[in-house]
Design a protein around this ligand. Structure first.
Ligand code: SF4
Length: 156
């Protein structure tokens, strides 16, 4: 798996002085159309197959239209759980989601000063050379027309 998939700043063993406390305000950026490289797509597929099927189905079947203000709504990412405000595939999420708050061009939306990746530019340049597509586009390429087909069968 390519190295850029797991930037150091997002690995499990976080710096305890990291000001990111998981408040999840960056979840408002979880909009539809996030692109990913092929191995990221495959990692998500693998993760979905191991998820609790009921939970995965609940999230995938939600309406993803989120009302922001009275007149403003947006379409959330397929994997964004709009009721519990979390990512269904968080451990397998693509690089762009991991970079939030960790590179100058994707700042923390509530202005927390988080430790930045020292090699963010190189990382994204390497990444940009990969072919990328949305999860739905990768699915269609492989003849998967409903992502729910990737979920393990419902327990009897
Ligand atoms: S994959 Fe997860 S973290 Fe990335 S945009 Fe979708 S819901 Fe958000």
């Amino acid at each position: 798996m390519a190295d850029w998939n797991y930037p150091l700043a997002k690995r499990k063993r976080r710096n305890p002085r990291d000001p990111c406390d998981g408040c999840h305000e960056c979840g408002m950026r979880c909009t539809a159309g996030i692109q990913m490289a092929e191995d990221e797509f495959e990692r998500i597929v693998e993760y979905l197959q191991k998820c609790d099927p009921n939970e995965a189905r609940r999230v995938l079947e939600q309406s993803k239209t989120v009302q922001w203000f009275e007149d403003i709504s947006y379409e959330a990412c397929l994997f964004y759980d709009v009721t519990r405000r979390r990512c269904l595939v968080y451990p397998a999420r693509p690089l762009i989601c991991r970079l939030f708050g960790r590179v100058e061009w994707l700042p923390c939306p509530i202005g927390r000063k988080l430790p930045l990746l020292h090699n963010g530019i190189e990382l994204i340049q390497t990444y940009a050379r990969q072919r990328r597509a949305t999860f739905g586009e990768w699915c269609v390429e492989r003849g998967i027309f409903d992502p729910r087909n990737l979920i393990a069968a419902k327990p009897e």
